[in-house]
Design a protein around this ligand. Structure first.
Ligand code: FAD
Length: 319
């Protein structure tokens, strides 16, 4: 039986949904699933980690691990992977996953694959699927190594209802501090806005919104729906939106339940960041806009007319 070690994705003390998604996938391929949680004050998370589908919880809990640092973090993962005898080591798609995964692979002598969207087990042979060339093709890659460290693309797997695990806690020794790089402080943008990666609905604004008035109009719709507010690169380059809101090849990759593209043409580089969304709705005044090739629902019209109508209808439904 294959053994999967999932690295818990913890943000500000809370477990992110991606952890349960990865554990569900591990169970779906018939593997034994364990989780490693690294941070500070993790005690309260242990039942949640078991309920998410893990049968062993490796816990590295120390005040020195509160802020992510790739060296010590990788040491904890390597320790857990060796104790568990993991064949597959899965990180969620996060900055910490991207930074720590190559170190873990190097230390374990394992193969390393990023942005995977599927894992296939054929007996002992592991294969992975990953998009390439801005999502134009999918690669199916045979892994010729005994162990695989992988970073899983956001939204690639779904959490299965009713899955559960068992509480079996193994405490890990605290690794030595990384003297080469010490994180002193975490500075967040503190806007209080919904993180695009966590949002169930993402609404993005494109050049069709023209200026700040258009941006504010679409932001109001996002606020009505409690949605994450994203952007095409055109609006970032135009100075209307912050770079951390850009969706696409050189921005964030999102896979929400609903993605709404407002005045976005659908350039390949934008699609690379959102075409894994479950349902896509596009508003564009050009019926030939390429975004309609990927949209499940399309509204051909002027967003300055369509968005107020949408807001009115949403208000009516809510009341
Ligand atoms: C290396 C590289 C990396 C890139 N990375 C990214 C990336 O990560 N993300 C990204 O988004 N782009 C990226 N781009 C840029 C990308 O190629 C496009 O230029 C960009 O996505 C266009 O943004 P847009 O759709 O908002 O603007 P446009 O392409 O100008 O489209 C605006 C759309 O709005 C419609 N419109 C106009 N007025 C209205 C109205 N009143 N109501 C409704 N619709 C209206 C138009 O019909 C048009 O379809 C990258 C480019 C390169 C070369």
């Amino acid at each position: 039986m294959a053994k999967v070690l999932v690295i818990a994705d913890i943000k500000q003390g809370a477990l992110k949904g991606s952890t349960a998604e990865l554990l569900s996938k591990a169970k779906a391929i018939g593997a034994e699933a364990a989780v490693v949680a690294i941070g500070s004050n993790l005690e309260a998370l242990i039942p949640e980690l078991a309920n998410a589908g893990s049968d062993t919880q490796y816990i590295a809990d120390d005040p020195g691990l509160e802020l992510f640092s790739a060296g010590p973090y990788a040491s904890c993962v390597v320790d857990a992977a060796n104790q568990f005898g993991a064949d597959l080591i899965w990180f969620s798609f996060s900055e910490s996953g991207k930074a720590a995964s190559p170190r873990v692979a190097a230390q374990l002598g394992a193969a390393c694959a990023t942005e995977i969207t599927d894992v296939i087990l054929n007996g002992d042979q592991v294969e992975i699927i990953r998009p390439a060339i801005a999502n134009k093709v999918k690669q199916r890659v045979k892994i010729n190594a005994e162990r695989l460290v992988a970073v899983v693309r956001a939204g690639a797997f779904e959490a299965t209802e009713g899955i559960s695990g068992t509480e079996n806690v193994v405490r890990l020794a605290t690794p030595a501090a990384d003297v080469k790089a010490v994180i002193k402080e975490l500075i967040s943008d503190a806007t209080g806005e919904i993180d695009l990666a966590d949002a169930d609905i993402v609404i993005s604004v494109g050049r069709g919104a023209k200026d700040q008035t258009g941006v504010d109009l679409i932001r109001a719709l996002a606020d009505d729906l409690g949605a994450g507010f994203g952007s095409s690169r055109a609006m970032v380059d135009g100075g209307f939106m912050a770079h951390n809101k850009q969706v696409g090849q050189t921005g964030k990759i999102v896979a929400p339940t609903l993605y709404m593209a407002m005045g976005i043409s659908g350039a390949i580089q934008h699609l690379a960041g959102m075409n894994g969304s479950k349902v896509i709705l596009a508003v564009n005044k050009d019926p030939e806009a390429p975004i309609f090739n990927v949209a499940d629902y399309g509204i051909v019209g002027d967003l300055f007319e369509v968005v107020p109508l949408l807001r009115e209808e949403i208000k009516k439904i809510r009341s």
